[in-house]
Design a protein around this ligand. Structure first.
Ligand code: ZN
Length: 240
């Protein structure tokens, strides 16, 4: 069976995406070549550590300015636009993503569940005042460490840091989608980060199928009804 046939036969298809789909947009996979974890000038564990951030937010803002606060320059690629089109045509129900790059929304996807949060909003940790990405990004790019103008509190992006729990609503809704899905399409994730990696297992346990497209093998490949390696090629071949 082809991926096209699998999708058109599904009654409730959902998609889980990871960093592998955004490398085509020039956003390095944190763990891949050129990614955050391979850079010697940045300590990635410190960068997204909540305790460290509370002590010294400047480390985060200084080091994320060239890969997070330039996201408005990045464009969705074929994977994002295909998923947006499939949602529009009623073929897929929701996109669950581990990414924090806002590209699904930019491509036109409407139901996007962001498991690791989003830099779309920033909040003051003391008084709760919020700012949009567009308000904060130019300031960060200019070298500023944003501080709340109302109370002087620390301003934090709504990205999930180490030491924080995942956004409850997004997680609960993702689990619901995973349970209801008769097909989960898993794209560009190595399925190593939990609890996101558990979602395809929820679909399998509920009697659904999973299809995986990822550059490297994953531990769930042998349970998948369909496995591919080349995201770009598979998206081009989709004839829905
Ligand atoms: Zn404040």
């Amino acid at each position: 069976m082809t991926l096209t046939e699998l999708l058109s036969n599904a009654k409730h298809a959902v998609v889980l995406t990871g960093a592998g789909i955004s490398t085509l947009s020039g956003i390095p996979d944190f763990r891949g070549v050129g990614g955050l974890y391979t850079r010697t000038d940045i300590d990635a564990n410190k960068l997204f550590d909540l305790d460290y951030f509370m002590k010294d937010p400047s480390y985060y803002y200084k080091h994320s300015k060239d890969f997070l606060y330039n996201l408005d320059e990045k464009e969705p690629n074929l994977v994002h636009t295909t998923l947006a089109r499939l949602e529009n045509e009623g073929v897929i129900h929701a996109v669950i993503t581990q990414n924090i790059d806002l590209l699904h929304q930019k491509a036109g996807s409407r139901k996007v569940l962001e498991l690791h949060g989003s830099p779309m909003l920033h909040h003051c940790l003391r008084c709760g005042k919020s700012w949009t990405f567009d308000e904060i990004a130019p300031r960060v790019r200019a070298g500023e460490v944003p501080v709340c103008d109302k109370c002087g509190g620390i301003v934090k992006p709504d990205i999930v840091f180490f030491g924080e729990s995942l956004p409850e609503r997004a997680l609960a809704e993702s689990e619901r989608e995973a349970r209801s899905a008769d097909l989960m399409l898993v794209l560009g994730t190595s399925l190593t980060v939990y609890p996101a990696a558990a979602l395809p297992e929820v679909t399998l346990q509920s009697g659904g199928n999973i299809a995986i497209i990822n550059r490297d093998p994953t531990h769930l490949d042998r349970y998948a009804c369909w496995v591919g390696r080349d995201l770009k090629q598979e998206m081009e071949d989709l004839s829905l």
